[in-house]
Design a protein around this ligand. Structure first.
Ligand SMILES: [Ca+2]
Length: 371
């Protein structure tokens, strides 16, 4: 849908026998067709037969799509339909948060961002008259073995290369989402690279904070774009055991001042945890990644809803086109066939026609997808 992220939760259902059928067939085979369960010895009265169910979260929505959450219990091969109201807000608000890996190898990209950041903002204003930007940076967990803990290296991790760079950090929220482009430009100009030891960086830690923290300044009615710029894969949950960090991530915001305070205490979030928080907060992630790491992110995006992946050319030459393309793309539902019929304000209801023309900002369009 060409508005905010609509979260539709699907769950496949099967017939279930409530107890293990036989030691030989194993617990996993309790989920099967009726005929097979009977053959395996499960009494008909015990077989659980769940029905297709559509649950709509009716809480009011101030965004362009209502309702925001729909849960569907669906059997393989079955159908369900529901009604979605789409209303174009007059100013089509968009929030774009730059989440930038500022580790040493990103120097070229960071330099480019200093010039391309404003161009990108101007291009986005062609699509939204109410466009705001924010900025945050990340590197990695600031503990050994991810950083060199020699006292001289903690202050300047790049001293061996006679380059002055700053200490590593998990996530620093630098600029809340704002319409003040002068401030945005000033903030980017002041960014400096930081040093750390190992190749993967702490991208997931930073993404989760950017998704859940109120201080980021996401507006409820806006489309939320989280632009992640990096040239390395992210550390995964459990990686940080190497540093003696064994507390699982709790999925919450931990900003003290503008810095992620639990970087050295909590593990990286799991991919599932991150996906849940992105969905909960209606956030579209855009991965702008170096070509060398493209494959790693290609494998990842299937697990993160509403994610767009783009190859970042050297020195971020194509950053503007990449973000504008990502903005235009609608995310897809995998493994489900969705049929959308738009009920237009002019009364047209042609089956399969998903678009209405000449819709005014105050008018609502209803889209009932048959699944
Ligand atoms: Ca690292």
């Amino acid at each position: 849908l060409d508005g905010n992220l609509l979260a539709v939760f699907f769950q496949h259902l099967c017939f279930v026998c409530p107890f293990p059928i036989s030691i030989r067939s194993g617990v996993s085979e309790r989920c099967d067709s009726v005929a097979r369960l009977l053959r395996k010895g499960c009494g008909e009265e015990f077989i659980d037969n769940p029905r297709v169910k559509v649950e709509v979260n009716a809480s009011p929505s101030s965004s362009q799509v209502a309702p925001r959450d729909i849960s569907i219990l669906l059997r393989p091969g079955s159908e369900a339909s529901f009604l979605v109201e789409v209303q174009q807000l007059e100013q089509y608000p968009v929030d774009l948060y730059y989440l930038v890996d500022v580790s040493a190898s990103m120097q070229d990209n960071l330099d480019r961002l200093k010039t391309v950041g404003m161009t990108l903002s101007q291009r986005m204003k062609e699509h939204s008259s109410d466009f705001r930007v924010g900025f945050g940076s990340f590197v990695d967990k600031p503990v050994s073995p991810y950083i060199n803990v020699h006292p001289s290296k903690i202050i300047n991790p790049c001293s061996d290369y006679e380059v002055n760079c700053r200490p590593a950090h998990g996530f620093i929220h630098v600029l809340p989402v704002t319409e003040n482009m002068v401030e945005f430009k000033r903030v980017i100009q002041h960014q400096r690279i930081a040093g750390n030891m190992d190749t993967p960086e702490g991208g997931f830690d930073a993404m989760l904070q950017a998704a859940v923290c109120q201080d980021i300044g996401w507006r409820p009615e806006a489309k939320h774009l989280l632009l992640v710029m990096t040239d390395q894969p992210s550390h995964l949950a459990l990686d940080s055991k190497l540093a003696g960090i064994v507390v699982p991530h709790d999925g919450r915001c931990h900003l003290v001042g503008n810095t992620y305070s639990q970087s050295a205490n909590m593990e990286h979030p799991t991919i599932g945890q991150l996906a849940e928080k992105l969905l909960e907060n209606s956030i579209y992630s855009i991965f702008a990644v170096d070509q060398m790491q493209y494959k790693w992110y290609e494998d990842l995006v299937d697990f993160l809803p509403g994610t767009y992946l783009g190859k970042l050319l050297p020195k971020a030459l194509n950053l503007t086109d990449l973000v504008v393309d990502a903005y235009k793309v609608d995310s897809e539902a995998h493994r489900f066939w969705v049929n959308i019929t738009a009920l237009c304000p002019n009364g047209s209801t042609v089956t399969g026609n998903s678009k209405c023309s000449n819709v005014q900002p105050s008018q609502k369009v209803q889209k009932p997808p048959d699944l």
